[in-house]
Design a protein around this ligand. Sequence first.
Ligand code: ADP
Ligand code: MG
Ligand code: MG
Length: 890
Amino acid sequence: MTKWVYSFGAGRNEGRAEMRDLLGGKGANLAEMASIGLPVPPGFTITTEVCTYYYAHERQYPADLRDQVAEALRRVEEAVGARFGDTHRPLLVSVRSGARVSMPGMMDTVLNLGLNDATVDGLAAASGDARFAWDSYRRFIQMYGGVVLGVDHHRFEEIIEHVKLDRGVIEDTELTAQDWHRVVDGYKEMVREAIGRPFPQDPEEQLWGAIGAVFGSWMNQRAITYRRLHDIPSEWGTAVNVQAMVFGNMGEDCATGVCFTRDPSTGENVFYGEYLVNAQGEDVVAGIRTPQPMSKARAKPGERPMEEVMPQAYAELCRVREVLERHYRDMQDIEFTVQRNRLYVLQTRNGKRTAAASLKIAVDMAREGLIDEAEAVRRVNPGALDQLLHPTLDPKAPRKLLSKGLPASPGAACGAVVFSADEAELRAAKGESVILVRIETSPEDIHGMHAAKGILTTRGGMTSHAAVVARGMGRPCVAGAGGITVDYASQQLMAGGQVVRAGETITLDGGTGEVFVGSVAMIEPNMSGDFATLMEWADKVRRLRVRANAETPLDAETARKFGAEGIGLCRTEHMFFDPERIGAVRQMIMAETERGRRDALSRLLPFQRQDFAELFRIMAGLPVTIRLLDPPLHEFLPHSAAEIAEVAESLGADVAAMQRRAAELAEANPMLGHRGCRLGITYPEIYEMQARAIFEAAVEVARETRKAPVPEIMIPLVATRRELEITRAMVDRVAQEVFAETGYHVEYYVGTMIELPRAALTADRIAEAGDFFSFGTNDLTQTTFGLSRDDAGKFLPHYVEKGILPKDPFVSIDVEGVGALVRIAAEKGRAVKPELKLGICGEHGGDPASIQFCEEIGLDYVSCSPYRVPVARLAAAQAALQGGGVDRTA
Ligand code: ADP
Ligand code: MG
Ligand code: MG
C-alpha cells in the first residue's frame, strides 16, 4: 500500500527535511521543525506523488487516499482536542500548497477551513470572542471563494466597503461582531449568485474542494510560466499541507509576521522582519496595514517593535532563530503567528536573498564556522555574482529626486516608465530598458518584472510580493513609494506636483529607495572585501584556468582586474576596423596583385605590432592567444552604392572597380565561405604580416620588460591537418626571420581552433601539427547543427519554448551533440599528444553549465568576456567541487 499522507506534530512526525521531493519544501520543513521540538501546529502532508497520480489518471485520486486523510485528520483532532465540523469545539485547518521549490503561481493558502453557519457559533463560544469568530468566518469565505470557487476578490471588498460606509467607520478594526455577521451574509448571497449554488457548508466538502484546487493550480498558466522561467519540470508536482489553525487575530496579545534570520538585502547578521498585531495570515504582506519592525535596533521613532510589544514571544522567536540557523546552516525565512502570547512557527525555508547578501552570508557563515570554505563557494550562484559586478549610481552625478520608497532590492536601474507587465515585456523584447511601475505587483506580473530593468511599487513593504520577487531575480526595486500616485488610466505617475508619463525615463536606486526623474550616471562596483575573499576561496579549489576574450587594452585591463589568467581569444579583425587602419585594409583588398597587397599590408604592420605590444605589456607574461584573420574580406568593404562611391573616392580608387570587387567577394553563405585559414592560404601575405607583427611586438616587449610574453598563435577554421601544416610553416618561417633580424628569441605556440565537425573528428591528425586546441564553440554549434546564428532568431526561440531544444545552444553548450564532438576531439588530440593544451573560447566559456562540462572532460582553461571572468572562476570552482573531472595524471 502506498503511503500518500505523512503526519507532523500530531503525536508523530513521519517526515524529514530530506524528504522535500515527496513532501514539498513546506511540508518537509514543517515535519523537520516539529521533530526538533519547535512549536508547530499539528497537521499532515499529502505527497507530491498524489499530484503526479492525479494528472496521470484524469484527475482522479488514488483509491485509498480518503482513508489515509481521514486517519491523519483524526490524529490532528486528538492533538488539538477539537473536532472537524464539531459545533462546540470545531477544529479549523489551513490548506497550503507546497512544491519542492517555493513557487509563486500556486494556489494561495486557505485559512480557517471548517467554518460554517453552525461551527462559527462553536468557535465564538470556545474562544469567548464572537467578533473574532465572525471575522474568521468572513475571511474563510473570502479566501475560499476567491481561490477555490474563483469569485473575483473585488466583489468581496465591495461588500466590506458597503458595511463600513453604512456604519460610518474607516478601519476594519472598528467593525463589530454584528458587522462581520452582516458581511458574512452579504458574502454568502453574492457567492450563491456568482457560482449558482450556495457556499459549501460541509467541512468535508470544503476540505476536498481546497485539496483539489491546490492540485489543479499546478497546471494553471501562472505556475506553468513560472516553471518555464525557472527550469522546473512539471513532473515534480506539488504537495498539499493541511494544518490546524492558530490565530493571530484574537486580540492585542496576538500577531502574525514574517522574518529572516539575517538581513536578506545586505546579508548583515541582524534579525530582520515585520509583524502585525491582531492580524492573520498574509495581512503582513498584503500592504493593507503598515507592518512594524521586529527589533528595537531596527525601529524608527514612533514604530512599535515586537521586542517591546510582545517581549515573551519575541524572546522565544530569537531562540527559534538560533535553533533554525544552527540546524539548517543557512539563512532562514520564517513565518510565525502568536496566539495569546504563544509563538507558533508556520514555515521555514532557506531565505531568498540578493546577490550581495548571498555573498556576505556565505563568507560570514564560513568565518563563524557554521559551514566550511568549500560550502561557502558552493552557496553563491555564479549567475547572481553578475549583479554585484553591475553599476550603482554615481554619488557625484546630478539628480532630481522624484520621491522615495523602501529600498527593497539593491542596485540601480534606469529606463522608460511602463505601467503593465505586458507592456514591459513587449518593449524589453525590442531592446528597450524599462522600469515597471505598479501600485503593487502580483504573480501575474512575473514576466514583466523579469523583462524590466527595475521595479517600482507605491504600496507594500519589504516583504511584499514585488520586493521578494525582485530580490530573487536580482532586479533593483523600490517598493511602497507612497508619495507617488499611479494613474493607469491616464498612463502617468505623479509625485509632489511632478508628472511623469509612460515612456519617460526614471532612475531607481534600490539600495536607498530613491526614485529620480531622468537618467542618473552610474559607476562600477567595488571588487574588494567579501567578494575578494570568496574569489580567493574559489581559486583555491578550482582546476580550470580562466582567461578572457579581449582585444582592446581596456578589455585586457578589465579582464586582469577581474582575475583573468591570460587572453584566450584576441580577434585581430576587430583591430582592422579602426578609422586609422580601415583605409589600408581596403586598399589591400582592392589590390590587383600580390605586390599591391603587400604594400597595403606593410602600412598595417606597425599598427598591429603596436596593438599586440600593448596587450603583451598589460598581460605581463600571461599567455595571450591571438587568432589570425578570420572573417571573409567583404566584411571590410562598404555595402551601399553611396558608401562605395565615398570610400572609393577617399582611397583614390575607381568606383566601378570597387563595385566589381565587392560583387566578386560577395558570398551567399559567408559563414561557410572564404574565411579563416582559407584566406590565410590563398593570401599568405596577410597571415605573414600578422605573424610578423606578433613576433616583433613580442621581442620588443621582452626586451623592454625582461618578462617575455608567450604568444599563442591560433589558426581559425581548420578542417584538415594539411591546412594547419601550411599555415604553421608560414608562421614558423616568419618567427625565424624575426628572431634572426632582432637577435632575440621568444617562446611561442601555434595551434588551431576546433570549430568544424571534420576537425573534431580528425583531431588526432590535426594535433600532430599543432600545440594547442581552442574550441570555438560558437562556430562549432553553427556547423554541427547546420544553422546560422544570424538566421536562427526566426525559429530558435520557438524551439526552446516548445522544449524541442532544452536550452539555446548558443548560450549553454549542447552537451549531447556539440559536446560529443568536443569530447572526441579532446580525447583524440591527447591520445597522440598528451601535453596538448585545450581550451574553449566561445560564449560558452562564461556559462556555468558549460563550464561544468569543460571540467568533466578535463579542458585546461575557459575563456570568456572580461565581465564574466569572476562568474567563470566561481563556476569553475563549483565544477571542481562537484567532481567528475578527469585525472590527467592517471
Ligand atoms: P505561502 O506559500 O504563500 O507563503 P503559506 O501556506 O505559507 O503560503 O500561508 C500563508 C500564511 O498563512 C502563513 O504565513 C501564515 O501566516 C498563514 N497560515 C498558514 N497556515 C496557518 C495555520 N495553520 N495557522 C495560522 N496561520 C496559518
Ligand atoms: Mg501566498
Ligand atoms: Mg508561507
